[in-house]
Structures are given as structure tokens and as C-alpha cells.
Design a binder for this molecule. Structure first.
Ligand code: 5IU
Length: 260
């Protein structure tokens, strides 16, 4: 049972290099916190990454919302990620035919595959998207979080879609880092990491359909390994303080979960 296993034991079973790296970072930094850096200015994004860096295992970006984006942003962002030892994670949610995804992933203004070892992908369009990610240009150690469930109210994902998404992931153990979901999903592969967005202490929802659970709920009841916190940290008066607080709650919940 994945939920009772330590990250150390699961790291040995992971076949994807980014999953192995994430498990290692989580153990060493004692953090399962991924911060969503939904930030509109390049300078603010860098300052934010620097502030929360010590407390996170991954920084999730939406690079296409940066209003003054310039490719020169990437190098300092990578330096911050290296210095604080976290993974850059572009939440691109690829959902087109394989060939188009290949271009979106490795070409264009953002050239995502050259700097983001982790990306999100929709299973909707079929496994050709995963073949495209696998064979595209870019850095070789790469991983995918496949989207099996969403935190937004009224989303159209059915139980069968979720199950079939997990089956698809299991066909690509070398490429798949894990699964984005909201419940303790059944997978035969404990090397997969469960990523759970929609986590906050203050609010239960926003005014655009986002639904939140507490850090304790997602780890102990929903099976989250890595929890994504966005505005709970980015809108806090002191993001570094908030990040440390979430980190500690999440890590203690993980220890509680694996305790026999
Ligand atoms: N995100 C979700 N829910 C999902 C998926 C992705 O919230 O089901 I898939 C993203 C969107 C945003 C971040 O970048 O995670 C959550 O930010 P807040 O914690 O600010 O709501």
C-alpha cells in the first residue's frame, strides 16, 4: 500500500528520473510542498521563488501569464532552483495532438522542455501526447504529471476517465512522475507520486469554482504525496513564513500517515 510506504522505499520503485529526484528532495528537505507561483511579473516571480525556495520540493509555474516574459528570465530562475534544490514544474496541461504538443513543449517562445523537468499533461487526447513528450528535443531527465481529477467545481471528468487515465499512466512508467488527483487513487505503481492541488487553510473556495481542502485532509484522507498551495502562500503577508507553516503541517501529516 503506497500510502503506508516511506518516500525512501518508494524512491527505489520509481522508474522516472524526476520522480526519483522529487522523492530524494522530499526526504532531504523534509518537504512535500509544491508552491503555485501564479505571478504576473518576472521580478516578482524571481523574488517569490527565492523567498519560498528553502521550503519547497517544486515550484509550479504558468509561464505564459508572466506579462513581461523574456527568455532571460529562465536562467536566474534555474539558478534559484539549483541553489535551493527544488524542481521547476510548468503546469502547461498539454491537450492537443502529439505533433502540436511536441512543438508547444520544445519550441516557441517558452521552449519549456529546455528548462522545466516537470510538466502536466491531459489524458483526454490519448497517449500520442505522451509519445510526443518522450521524443521531443530538450533536457533528457523529464517527467509528466498526468491529470486524472481536478479541484474545480462542475468539472466534466468522470470516474471512468479517471480510471482510464491511471491505466494510461501505467503504460509509461519511465515517463510518468505521477498523477494529479483529488482522491486516494488505486495504482499498482508506488513509484508514482500523487499531486494534489486545491489546498488552503483559510478558505474553502474562491469565486471562480476552485475548491480547497486543508493540508491535513489532503494527506491523510485524499492520499496526497505532494500538495500544491498557491494563493494560500502567494497572497500571505509573508510568503516565506506561510510556506514554512504549510511545509511543517504537510510533513507531520506524512509522518503520521506512514506510522504503523
Ligand atoms: N490547479 C488547480 N486544480 C487542479 C489542477 C491545477 O488548482 O485541479 I489539474 C492549479 C491552478 C493553480 C494552482 O495554478 O493549481 C492552485 O492555486 P490556488 O492554490 O491559488 O488555488
Amino acid at each position: 500500500n503506497r500510502l503506508k510506504m516511506s518516500f525512501e522505499d518508494r524512491e527505489k520503485l520509481a522508474k522516472n528520473p524526476v520522480a526519483k529526484r522529487l522523492f530524494e528532495i522530499m526526504r532531504n528537505k523534509q518537504t512535500t510542498l509544491c508552491v503555485a507561483a501564479d505571478i504576473l511579473s518576472a521580478t516578482d516571480l524571481l523574488n517569490f521563488a527565492e523567498a519560498v525556495g528553502p521550503h519547497i520540493c517544486a515550484l509550479k509555474t504558468h509561464i505564459d501569464i508572466v506579462e513581461d516574459f523574456n527568455p532571460n528570465l529562465i536562467q536566474p530562475l534555474q539558478q534559484i532552483a539549483d541553489r535551493h534544490n527544488f524542481v521547476l514544474f510548468e503546469d502547461r496541461k498539454f491537450a492537443d495532438i502529439g505533433k502540436t504538443v511536441e512543438y508547444q513543449y520544445s519550441k516557441g517562445l517558452y521552449s519549456i522542455s529546455s528548462w522545466a523537468p516537470l510538466v502536466t499533461v491531459h489524458s483526454l487526447m490519448g497517449p500520442g501526447v505522451l509519445d510526443a513528450i518522450k521524443s521531443s528535443d530538450g533536457a533528457k531527465a523529464r517527467g509528466v504529471f498526468l491529470l486524472a481529477e481536478a479541484s474545480s467545481a462542475g468539472n466534466l471528468i468522470s470516474e471512468n476517465y479517471t480510471k482510464d487515465t491511471i491505466k494510461m499512466a501505467e503504460q509509461y512508467p519511465e515517463l510518468i512522475t505521477g498523477i494529479v488527483c483529488q482522491s486516494p487513487l488505486f495504482t499498482n505503481n508506488p513509484g508514482f507520486i500523487q499531486l494534489c492541488p486545491g489546498v488552503q487553510l483559510e478558505n474553502k473556495q474562491d469565486n471562480l469554482g476552485q475548491k480547497y481542502n486543508s493540508p491535513l485532509t489532503v494527506v491523510l484522507e485524499k492520499g496526497a504525496d505532494v500538495a500544491v498551495v498557491g494563493r494560500g502562500i502567494s497572497q500571505a503577508p509573508e510568503p516565506a513564513v506561510a510556506a514554512e507553516k504549510y511545509k511543517k503541517i504537510l510533513w507531520n501529516a506524512y509522518l503520521e500517515r506512514i506510522k504503523t
